[in-house]
Design a binder for this molecule. Sequence first.
Ligand code: 15L
Length: 265
Amino acid sequence: MAFDKTRKIVLTGASGNLGRFLAGELVKNHGNVVLTDLVDYPGTVPVGATFIRADVADADAVMSICEEAAVILHFGGISTEKTFETILPANIVGVVNIFEAARKNGARVVFASSNHTIGFHERGRMLDTDMPTRPDSFYGISKIFGENMGSVYFDKHGVESVHIRIGSALPEPLDERHLSTWLSLPDLFSMIVRSIEAERTDFATLWGASANTRTWWRNDDSERLGIVRADNSEIFADKVSGPTNDPITEKFQGGIFCGMDTVIR
Ligand code: 15L
C-alpha cells in the first residue's frame, strides 16, 4: 500500500543545514509536515509546514509534537564532537524521547546516524554495516546509542527504524576524504523518501554516502528498501583540496574527529 501523504511527518533539527534542505523538499509532496528545533527556523518556514520550537531533551514536548506522527525524521541534537555534558541531553536523552514517542504513536523513526560510529576504522578498509563499530568521539558513541535504541525498540516493541550513517552530506565534496564519504543532497533525499514510503523497514542501517568510486562502505539495507544512489564524488576529484598534514586525520575514516580531544565537561 502506498504511503498516505496526508499522514504526519515530524522533522527534528529542522533549523540546521540538512533540516532546512529536507523541509523544503518534504513539503513538495507531503501535506502534514511538522518541523521542530531548539532554535528558531532561519528565514521563512516552508509553505505547508508548521514549526514548533522545542528541546528534544524535553520528553513532554517531544511526546506532544509527535502525537499521531507516522514518521519521525530525527535530525536534531548535536552534530559534532562536544563535551559529554553537552552530548548527554541532546543526543542520549533526546533519542530516548524520540523512540518513546514513536512507540506510543506507532511511528517509524528515520535516524540521522553518522560515519563517526565507525571513525577509527582505517581508511581503505571496506566496511559492512554489521561489522563492529569503532567510534571516534562522544558524538560517535551517541550515534551508536541511537542505533542501539532502534535495535531494542524494534526487537522489543516492533518500532521500525532506518539508521542512515551519514558520511559528508554537502552540496559538493570539499577535500580528498570526502571523495570516499560524500553524500549528495539529492541522494540523501531519495534515502529519506524510501525510508518513509517502504512498506516495511524493520530495523535497517544504511551507509549515508553516494555511489562513490572511492567508497569504504558496502553491504547495507539499501536493496531491501529499494534505494538507488545516483551521484558519484569522482566528478569533483580535480577540484577538492589535498591531504592535511595531520597523520591521525589521514589514517582513519573519521578524519579530524579522531584527533579531537574528547572531554567530559
Ligand atoms: C558528521 O557526522 C558531522 O555532522 C558533519 O559535520 C561532518 O563532520 C561529517 O560527519 C563528516 O564526517 O564529514
